[in-house]
Ligand binder design. Structure first.
Ligand code: SF4
Ligand code: SF4
Ligand code: SF4
Length: 292
């Protein structure tokens, strides 16, 4: 039987105002869908669909969707939209609303936040394995052990050094062009970063401090720089105008051009992440359906 949809412009206006997602200009081009790493990995999250539902005022149909919780908050959808629509802002608003209305319990929300934080351990392990030249993918049976494995403090542990890498010189001027020397280690960037819940796994302030001290080689060989989602929150929030996102992107490119990581690493990393994201979606499903 066909589903009757009753567009509600009053609700649409309320969602748009509350989420600041700038919904109206969406022309359903699906550019956001094509860029979304979760959609590409699993086909389970379509930001364009959510924007379309919001423009029709279908809040009640959207709030129970598990799709909202698959989102990595990477802002790729927002960054590629030719019309400046912000699907990630919409998703953030809908999550808040789902919790506020009790569709997702506080306990489930806390568990989700904890899970997302620990999920970064798996990404770190995957990056470490790939940099070591491991070709076999992390297996599903290893998932829970990596999820529950605490990491050593940054700089104390599993930093990967590739032998025979050229003695690369990263130009101080390059790093300084991103204003890193203005950093006064306030940690606002780490507080804003969606994947820095466990600073032993990923900590943008640590990366910028290391860069500021000229300790570049450990950064270029660290798997941590590959975890960055390139969302830009660190850059947006920094009162000193340090361009954190650009610094990490620069370090990634420098690691390749100076031979610290193989040239094909970004492709292998993207492939590995695709597998991880597909597993992630299944784990979120299980978490949302678990009894409390
Ligand atoms: S912010 Fe969410 S919806 Fe947007 S591209 Fe990233 S994972 Fe996909
Ligand atoms: S927010 Fe800016 S000043 Fe503060 S620690 Fe991060 S980079 Fe440094
Ligand atoms: S761009 Fe900045 S805030 Fe976003 S994931 Fe990377 S370090 Fe964290």
């Amino acid at each position: 039987m066909a589903l009757a949809i009753s567009p509600n412009s009053a609700i649409r206006t309320r969602i748009d105002a509350a989420s600041k997602a700038h919904l109206s200009p969406c022309w359903t081009c699906s550019t956001c869908d094509q860029e979304c790493p979760i959609n590409r990995a699993s086909g389970r999250l379509r930001p364009q669909k959510l924007v379309r539902m919001a423009t029709l005022g279908l809040t009640d149909a959207m709030l129970p969707l598990a799709d909202l919780w698959y989102c990595l908050t990477c802002r790729r959808c927002t960054n590629v939209c030719p019309n400046q629509v912000k699907p990630e802002s919409l998703i953030g608003h809908l999550r808040t609303e789902a919790v506020r209305r009790g569709l997702v319990s506080i306990d489930t929300y806390r568990n989700y936040k904890m899970f997302f934080m620990h999920f970064q351990r798996i990404r770190l392990q995957m990056a470490t394995d790939l940099l070591r030249g491991k070709t076999t993918a992390l297996e599903a049976k290893d998932w829970s052990s990596w999820l529950n494995k605490p990491q050593p403090a940054n700089g104390d542990g599993d930093v990967v050094f590739i032998k025979n890498a050229p003695a690369g010189a990263v130009w101080r001027a390059d790093i300084d062009s991103f204003k890193v020397s203005a950093c006064f280690t306030c940690s606002e960037c780490s507080n804003a970063c969606p994947i820095a819940g466990d600073r032993k796994v990923f900590d943008p302030q640590w990366i910028f401090r290391m860069a500021n001290l000229g300790l570049i080689e450990p950064l270029l060989t660290s798997p941590a720089i590959w975890l960055c989602l390139q969302c830009g929150r660190c850059s947006d929030t920094c009162g000193q105008l340090v361009q954190g996102r650009q610094i990490i992107e620069f370090l990634q490119q420098k690691a390749i051009t100076d031979g610290y990581v193989p040239a094909d690493f970004p492709f292998r990393w993207a492939h590995a992440q695709s597998w991880v994201y597909s597993e992630f979606v299944g784990q979120v499903d299980a978490l949302l359906s678990a009894p409390h």
